[in-house]
Ligand binder design. Structure first.
Ligand code: HSE
Length: 445
């Protein structure tokens, strides 16, 4: 049986999971692929800490270049993360004509186009299923299963850490920091959890999905990003009372002229299936012209779910290697699926709609001085800015303090909402900046 040699770079949570799964599932993988997957190297600077795996002599090493430059290695699996050495190692591997698999969403979101170009120049394959949604097969779904569709929109919960924190606060009323520490202990969070809680991890994932879905190059800096660190239990409680759940959503809409791509805390109707995606689970709805709605749900983070997605790419590449070994030596190797789903010549640069142009409903929470006429000033400003109010509530009045006022607007253009909030914030009667959460009433299912 043909042997395919694999090297894993980075033996942290996911790297350890991939090594374990690869070793434990040898017979199953062989029976499905028709080749033997041999773990030739696992590379990490720390080769002392016990990973609970018994490696053969010479497998667990600390020199990445030994693996990358070894002519017998077929597939390099980059699981170091970040944009430093990980990028150098990936490029060096591709230039050495090796196939590469990675879970590194930050790197792909920022440098994916360059990496794909270099992969194509060297006839190498590049797999990144594990970069979005953990074990949910979302890359393959968009790129392969929905090939005959125009994709209209993507709406997803793509960060397990944030979903875990929001679920804990909502169900147990626990503090933000306590929930974050638990998510870190469970191995969901990034090395720098700022990327999770401030929405950047979700934005990286959204950039990858929108590129594949619409055949476009995206500048990650154009994606509007807000995280969950300003969400309070008060907002979560108010949302519940009014039939909403707060989720950190990654939203992209394929409008005819401009594409929307944004990440922010969002109130969604509690009856929507995404509102019931709890803990570290991820989920995604894809609206497309032939299929209508497709929904995926799965573990978005963690050792084995992510390892499973990495193995799916290794298996695809191994199958390609098996096909190519039967070609004439002068034929160009076959990579059956274009890395970005579209043929390179059809990938376009498309601009993303500025957040000020979006049109949706808004939740606004204000702390207002408790005296006559304040509410009429606030509603007057909203009215002058063309914003129509759906409901206003005052709740939690305390002696001598500002009173919390909650409002829900009808659909409005964000630019007008921002102008109104600026004017409201300047009132003497408003001691703190208002909190605003966008509402998505009409996610299709
Ligand atoms: N930090 C990520 C999350 C891991 O919490 O979802 C998976 O990409």
């Amino acid at each position: 049986m043909k042997q395919i040699n694999i090297a894993i770079l980075g033996c942290g949570v996911v790297g350890t999971g991939v090594a374990k799964l690869l070793m434990e599932k040898q017979p199953l993988l062989e029976s499905k692929i028709g080749a033997s997957l041999n773990l030739k190297y696992v590379v990490d600077l720390d080769t002392k800490t016990d990973r609970g795996i018994r490696f053969k002599d010479g497998v667990f090493i600390s020199d990445a270049t030994k693996a990358i430059d070894d002519p017998t290695v077929d597939i390099i699996v980059e699981l170091i993360g970040g944009k430093g050495v990980a990028k150098d190692f990936i490029l060096r591997a591709l230039k050495n004509k090796k196939h590469v698999v990675t879970a590194n969403k930050a790197l792909i979101a920022e440098f994916g186009n360059d990496i794909v170009k270099i992969a194509a120049e060297h006839n190498s394959d590049f797999g990144f299923e594990a970069s979005v949604g953990g074990c949910m097969p979302v890359i393959k779904t968009i790129r392969e299963s929905l090939v005959a569709n125009r994709i209209n929109s993507i709406t997803g919960i793509l960060n397990g850490t944030c979903n875990y924190i929001l679920t804990k606060i909502s169900n147990e009323g626990c503090l933000f920091d306590v929930a974050l520490k638990e998510a870190q202990a469970k191995g969901y969070a990034e090395a720098d959890p700022f990327l999770d809680v401030e929405g950047h991890d979700s934005a990286h994932k959204l950039a990858i999905l929108a590129s594949l879905a619409y055949g476009m190059r995206i500048n990650i800096k154009d994606i509007h990003v807000e995280g969950i660190s300003k969400i309070t239990p008060v907002d979560i409680e108010f949302a519940k009372d009014f039939g909403y759940t707060i989720k950190l959503l990654a939203i992209s809409k394929n409008n005819t002229d401009k594409v929307e791509a944004r990440v922010h805390p969002t109130m969604i109707p509690t009856v929507h299936p995404l509102a019931h995606v709890n803990g570290s689970m991820n989920a995604l709805t894809i609206n497309a012209d032939a299929t209508g709605e497709t929904m995926l749900y799965g573990a978005g983070a963690g050792m084995m779910p992510t390892a499973s997605a990495v193995l799916s790419d290794i298996a695809d590449i191994a199958r390609n290697i098996m096909v190519n070994q039967n070609l004439n030596s002068d034929s160009k190797p076959v990579t059956r699926i274009p890395i970005l789903g579209f043929q390179d010549s059809n990938v376009r640069q498309i601009s993303i709609m500025p957040i000020t142009e979006i049109n949706t409903c808004y939740y606004i929470r204000l702390a207002a001085a408790d005296r006559p006429g304040v509410l009429s000033k606030i509603t007057g400003i909203l009215g002058n800015c063309g914003i129509s109010i759906q409901s206003v509530h005052q709740k939690g009045r305390q002696a001598n303090g500002p009173v919390p006022v909650f409002m829900i607007t009808h659909r409005a253009v964000e630019r007008d909402v921002q102008q109104a909030l600026k004017e409201i914030s300047e009132l003497d009667a408003i001691p703190e900046n208002p909190v605003v959460i966008r509402i998505e009433e009409d996610i299709t299912t």
